[in-house]
Ligand binder design. Structure first.
Ligand code: AVJ
Length: 376
């Protein structure tokens, strides 16, 4: 009997064992096809792998740990105010928690961003040169990008390159956007500028580029670093290329504080997860119950700051960072900044970086601006 059931299972044609036919289709997409034919029925397995086939090798994993450990060590030992780099908030759990933040009634940023894109997608697209390809910095799941891609795909086949350090967010984005007619998606699991460099060097000489930097992610940068970042983006562009930049605008302080300290505690969980991640990936022993999430409005810098306050004096060890620190009772770790803008700020930022802000669309319900910056 066991022999027979073994035979029956074995008799199912399995394309996985067939010889792979590999084709490179340009734009970094590698197509692997395996085919078997059984009693006239063809079984086919097709995988499309953008040039990230090497993205999770052991090598890369250990490099990631070393870099994470070095960053944690450097930022937690800054004299005066300890910090952690906000990009480490976004592991798989952090990205999922951020998606939850985006649907909080108190956090209007994402809905305002999406409303503007939905309402003005055609108007925005009509201002762009052709042919044009699209790169997105920090795509997240890419939901709101759909409006722009659909508007563009009405006039041309559109290549869309999401650039994202979160593998899970990138996978979700590729799946979702890959379903739009006449849109081809090639994801880059890279940092913003590395990804943009890869996209920019790969394109043909007649192709223009639209860079999307949505959701007010620029707000994570200090003002000076934000300006420097825009200049770096500009360096990868040609005159006439465009940057669509989302910026959350200054609004009343209570509304802003509530958006970063919601009563259901989702933002608190998002913030605390950075400590949990250090425990998981770097062998840390933070006791999350001994920390309290805090949102502050820094009026001088016009930014919300997220902090984690240690409720008591506590010694923490992080094995992979070879680090032991003692936090005082009441001391905070600064985990993120979200700068807020006046609508005029953006025109200045654009000028300083070699762009002209040719148009701005502002949401009336939740002050937020979509800005079209054209490379000079
Ligand atoms: C993704 C950086 C735009 O600053 O509003 C939301 C991140 N942090 N709630 C923001 C965030 C806490 C968000 N950005």
């Amino acid at each position: 009997m066991p022999t027979q059931s073994f035979r029956a299972a074995n008799a199912i044609p399995n394309p996985l064992v067939a010889e792979p036919i590999v084709t490179e289709s340009g734009n970094g997409v590698r197509r692997v096809e395996r085919r078997t034919v059984d009693r006239g029925v063809e079984f086919r397995l097709v995988e499309s792998a953008p040039d990230r086939a090497v993205r999770s090798t052991d090598n890369r994993q250990s490099r990631h740990v070393a870099e994470f450990a070095a960053d944690v060590r450097a930022s937690l030992t800054i004299p005066g105010q300890r910090e952690l780099p906000s990009k480490y908030l976004y592991d798989e759990l952090g990205s999922a928690l951020f998606e939850a933040i985006c649907v909080l009634p108190e956090y209007g940023v994402t809905r305002a961003d999406a409303r503007l894109l939905q309402r003005y997608a055609n108007e925005i697209v009509n201002r762009l040169p052709s042919p044009i390809q699209v790169a997105e910095l920090g795509s997240g799941s890419g939901k709101k990008t759909r409006w722009i891609l659909e508007a563009l795909a009405k006039r041309q086949r559109t290549y869309y390159y999401p650039i994202e350090i979160s593998a899970s967010a990138l996978a979700a984005c590729e799946k979702e956007m890959g379903q739009i007619d006449l849109v081809s998606v090639v994801g880059y699991e890279k940092t913003y500028l590395d990804g943009l460099r890869a996209v920019a060097t790969r394109r043909d000489s007649q192709d223009h580029l639209l860079v999307l930097f949505l959701g007010s992610t620029i707000g994570n940068f200090d003002r000076e670093a934000g300006n420097a970042f825009l200049r770096e983006v500009r360096k990868q562009l040609r005159p006439g290329d465009a940057l669509l930049l989302g910026t959350d605008l200054v609004k009343d302080v209570d509304t802003q504080l509530l958006a970063y300290d919601d009563p259901a505690g989702v933002t608190s969980a998002f913030d605390l997860n950075i400590l949990a991640r250090i425990n998981r990936e770097l062998g840390g022993n933070f006791d999350l119950y001994q920390f309290k999430h805090e949102a502050r409005w820094n009026a001088q810098e016009r930014r919300i700051e997220m902090h984690l306050r240690s409720l008591r004096e506590k010694t923490v060890t992080i094995r992979e960072a070879q680090l032991t620190i003692t936090l005082r009772a009441g001391e905070t770790i600064w985990t993120e900044s979200s700068h807020k803008y006046h609508s005029d700020d953006v025109f200045e930022m654009a000028q300083g970086a070699g762009f002209t802000c040719t148009q701005q669309w502002i949401d009336q319900e939740w002050p937020f601006a979509q800005n079209l910056l054209v490379a000079e």
